[in-house]
Structure formats: structure tokens, C-alpha cells
Design a binder for this molecule. Structure first.
Ligand code: GGG
Length: 349
């Protein structure tokens, strides 16, 4: 039976990187005898502009029937960012309990880091970002808008269940890797939520005595991701901190166009969602130069999550081969002058 993948290419360069790469995913899957069906949903900001909603009312019920979700990007210059996120991305993450966000940062062979002296393999870490609560909790409000006593309250929510889940996922991963977890905190300033986080790190780490644990303030971690990125193996962070640190992770490993991500329901009850970390990049929309590699790496993570390791490895390996090949076409974010289609063609050879 075919794996059914709901495909939301979304906004900006999302449709460009998704449409260009779907035939590659189909052909690599077919070459391994894996049947896959991508069903497209044209949800996003254009729909919002035309119909007042990013997705139809029954979108989440529809998505629930799929094995996985592939997302391109969300964000549109004419639609406020909180509308695009709260109208599509966040309801999917929260409704489908995609509490684990996994974001690898790898300096691939053939890619130049903006950091001096770093070569392929020197940077290789993965961020486990709590994905459904924390600073992204939809708790708060605004009042007296338009008056001088205008007020806004935004409350972070950290639950034991959510925090334990992301910590366990990170410690499990560290056991498969170098055995080192860096926990990101800010308990010097946030004396409730982040001391709770630190307490749970201590509790959960006791279950994993073989894993070395380091705690870093988010400001120090931001510095160290640039100063000594080679020191990181598995990073575990709250929702907002994880989102910010993964942009640093993407850029020190060469480009936002190389950063994949998975929003994972670890229980497997609901479909997980895979998306490039990059946004909709309105500045390059329509130019045909968007880097499709983050989408390919995200699809690799998707197939891995579906248990199709051979497809996952081949997609990941094809990206590695193209990057390592001096004569292969690269998009401008990686210093090349090639277009999206040229890169996909090279991946398909
Ligand atoms: N590739 C998905 C996308 O467009 N993300 C944009 C974004 O702002 N995401 C925020 C987040 O991941 O929390």
C-alpha cells in the first residue's frame, strides 16, 4: 500500500522547492520498490488573501488521514506573520502532538562555513526543540488597543509532560551519537519556567548516566555555536530558543537552504510533518534560484520516519554527493549561479 503524504507547498519559494523535488522523491522511492502518493493541498497565504483563512475548516481532520506531511514554507509580505503561523503551521504542530522538533546541522563536504578554519564534518550537531508549548503557547491577550494604556501579555507554558518528552528524545538521540547533551536554559532570568526546565534536565539525566550533560544559557550558547560549534552533539531547547539557535546552526553550516527539520509525534498517533527550516524568502520568489536541498533532506527525514530507511539514505546521500562534487551546480546561497531545477537535475542523475 502506498504511503500517503499530504503536501502543503505553502507560500513564497515553498511551491518552487516542493514542486521541483516531488518527482525526485517519487523516482527514488520507486527505485526501492516503495509506493508513495503525494497529495497536494494549495493552502497558505494566497488562500488567506482570497478566502480569509489559510486552510479550510476541516483541514486538520483531512490531514489526520495521511501518513505524513511535507510542508514547503509559510510567510507572505502582505499577511501578518502571526496569521500565517497561527493559521497553518502551529495548529498542525499542536493538533498532531508534534512535540519533538528535530533539526540537524551538518557541515557537508564541499560546503564552506562562514567560520574560519572549519571543514567538512567539523560541525555536526542536532537540535531537539520542544515544539508545542513553551514560549509558543497561545496564552495571553491584548487589551486597550489604540490607547496609551495599551497592554500585551504573553505567557509561556512549560508542562512536565512536554518538557520530559523533549528531554527524553534528546537523551535517546545522544545515546545513538556522541553521548553529549547541551541543555539550553535562561534560569538566571526566568526563575520559574527555566528552573523547572533545569530541574527536569537533572531528573531525566539520572536515567541516562552514560550521557554527559552540559547546561548553557541561551546567550552563551548563541556565542558558542559560532565560537566552538564542533563542541556540540545534541542540543535540547525550548520552543523559541530552539527556533533561534537552529537559524545559527543553519548559517554556520553554510546556508539556510541546507537545513532540514522534522516535527514529530513520537507516539506515532498522528502524522508527523517535515519542512525545510527556511521560510518563504519573498526576496527571491519567482527567480528560480531557491535552494531545494533543505527540502530534499527534510524528505529524507520523512522517509526515515516512515521506516523507509533505504529511500531516506539515498536522498541524503544524493545531497552529499552533489555538494561534494566540485562541478555540480549550486544555487546562489551556496556561492553558485545555478537554478533550483539545475540542482534537482544533478540530484536526479
Ligand atoms: N519552512 C517552514 C516555514 O516557513 N517556517 C517559517 C517560520 O517562521 N517558522 C517558525 C517556526 O518554525 O517556529
Amino acid at each position: 500500500m502506498a504511503h500517503e503524504i499530504a503536501t502543503i507547498s505553502g507560500d513564497g519559494i515553498g511551491p518552487e522547492v516542493v514542486e521541483a523535488t516531488l518527482p525526485l522523491f517519487e523516482s527514488v522511492a520507486a527505485s526501492h520498490g516503495v509506493d508513495v502518493a503525494f497529495e497536494r493541498f494549495d493552502w497558505g497565504s494566497d488562500r488567506y488573501v482570497e478566502q480569509g483563512a489559510m486552510m479550510p475548516d476541516d483541514a486538520l481532520e483531512t490531514l489526520e488521514g495521511y501518513d505524513s506531511i511535507l510542508l514547503g514554507a509559510v510567510g507572505h509580505p502582505e499577511v501578518p506573520d502571526h496569521v500565517t503561523l497561527h493559521g497553518l503551521l502551529l495548529p498542525i504542530r499542536k493538533t498532531f502532538d508534534q512535540r519533538v522538533c528535530k533539526r540537524p546541522s551538518v557541515l557537508f563536504d564541499g560546503v564552506e562555513s562562514p567560520l574560519r578554519g572549519y571543514e567538512s564534518g567539523d560541525i555536526d550537531f542536532v537540535v531537539f526543540r520542544e515544539n508545542t508549548e513553551g514560549e509558543y503557547s497561545d496564552v495571553g491577550g491584548r487589551e486597550h488597543v489604540g490607547f496609551s494604556h495599551d497592554v500585551a501579555i504573553q505567557t509561556s507554558v512549560f508542562t512536565r509532560e512536554g518538557t520530559e518528552s523533549i528531554l527524553r528524545a534528546a537523551f535517546e538521540e545522544a545515546g545513538e551519537r556522541e553521548g553529549h547533551v547541551t541543555s539550553i536554559t535562561k534560569s538566571n532570568a526566568q526563575a520559574y519556567s527555566m528552573t523547572f526546565w533545569d530541574d527536569l534536565v537533572e531528573e531525566i539525566s539520572a536515567e541516562y548516566p552514560e550521557i554527559e550533560v552540559e547546561s548553557l544559557l541561551v546567550d552563551a550558547a548563541s556565542m558558542d555555536l559560532i565560537r566552538r560549534p564542533e563542541a556540540f552533539d545534541v542540543i535540547v531547547a525550548s520552543n523559541l530558543f530552539g527556533d533561534i539557535l537552529t537559524d545559527i546552526g543553519a548559517i554556520v553550516t553554510g546556508s539556510m537552504g541546507l537545513a532540514p527539520s522534522g516535527n514529530i509525534d513520537p507516539s506515532g498517533t498522528y502524522p508527523s510533518m517535515f519542512e525545510p527550516v527556511h521560510g518563504s524568502a519573498p526576496d527571491i520568489v519567482g527567480e528560480g534560484v531557491a535552494n531545494p536541498l533543505a527540502t530534499v533532506l527534510s524528505a529524507s527525514m520523512l522517509f526515515d520516519d516512515l521506516g523507509e530507511e533505504a529511500v531516506a539514505e539515498e536522498l541524503w546521500g544524493r545531497v552529499e554527493s552533489v555538494l561534494a562534487d566540485d562541478s555540480a551546480p549550486l544555487t546562489p546561497d551556496l556561492g553558485g549561479s545555478a537554478g533550483t531545477e539545475d540542482v534537482v537535475e544533478a540530484l536526479s542523475d
